[in-house]
Design a protein. Structure first.
Length: 249
């Protein structure tokens, strides 16, 4: 894995005169795990919306694996290898954990591979290794409806990974989770980081500390600063931005 997976140049998103993103510059290496933090309204979700093609930028460029995503439709960007995990889990509640994963693994198969019986064991292995990765082997035959919230999050992350994305975008994966579930999701993301490029957006500072390598702080639609957790936490600009928010609340 070499080079940049994502490069963003002078990105501005203007919503009727309000700049949700304002001349934002960002880049990350292939294979990197990057955490993005920032106060409410900083533009974090809009940032992901632009990368996935849901929102078109007013100005600037998004370059994914060296290709400009300008005017590329959402479904095509997903096909190019960007997978997004939304805040609320989107799994099939009436299916078991295994069936949810089967569904995705089957979708990937083409007409030719279904003609060969040999593809079946391989697919089973895929599902088994995914179950192991997300730590849900013991619950493989349980309906997803009966999973704890954190387990649902892990299942959905597993379903994303099954699609072999080159870049995984994860928006607030531990909102509303117990401490134990938060730690499990953190361990899963760290394990996946060994072989994926991942952007995690998060509010929960405990969690950020658990997984963070390089952190980018967004504020008012721009990058305020970047660095490791210690550098970012001790940056007077970051302290000011977060303290300002606490006073408002
Ligand atoms: P964050 O995820 O960091 O909390 P968002 O990206 O959701 O921030 O929002 C950034 C700012 O843009 C907020 O002030 C929000 O109200 C505004 N915003 C987001 N989406 C829209 C939209 N579709 N139209 C107008 N304003 C929007
Ligand atoms: Mg948000």
């Amino acid at each position: 894995m070499e080079g940049k997976v994502l490069e963003i140049e002078d990105l501005t998103v203007n919503f009727d005169g309000f700049k949700a993103l304002n001349n934002l510059n960002f880049s990350m290496d292939t294979g990197e795990l990057r955490v993005i933090i920032g106060p409410n309204g900083a533009g974090k979700t809009t940032f992901l919306d632009v990368i996935t093609g849901k929102v078109q930028p007013t100005e600037g460029r998004v370059i994914f694996k060296g290709r400009n995503l300008r005017r590329t439709p959402e479904y095509q960007i997903a096909r190019m290898g960007i997978g997004r995990k939304f805040q609320t889990p989107r799994v099939y509640l009436n299916l078991t954990v295994r069936e949810n994963l089967d569904l995705i693994c089957n979708k990937k198969k083409n007409v030719f591979s279904t003609l060969f019986a040999g593809s079946v064991p391989e697919e089973k292995r895929n599902v088994l290794s995914l179950l192991e990765t997300i730590g849900l082997e013991a619950k493989a035959d349980l309906q997803a409806a009966f999973l704890a919230h954190g387990e649902k999050q892990r299942l959905e992350i597993g379903m994303l990974v099954a699609q072999s994305p080159d870049l995984l975008l994860v928006d607030e994966p531990v909102a509303g989770l117990t401490d134990e579930e938060t730690e499990n999701v953190g361990s899963l993301l760290l394990a996946l980081a060994a072989s994926h490029s991942i952007i995690v957006i998060e509010h929960d500072m405990e969690f950020v500390r658990q997984i963070a390598r390089k952190v980018t702080v967004l504020h008012q639609g721009s990058v305020l600063c970047e660095g490791n957790m210690d550098e970012v936490q001790n940056d007077p600009r970051v302290i000011e931005v977060y303290l300002g928010q606490q006073e408002e609340e």
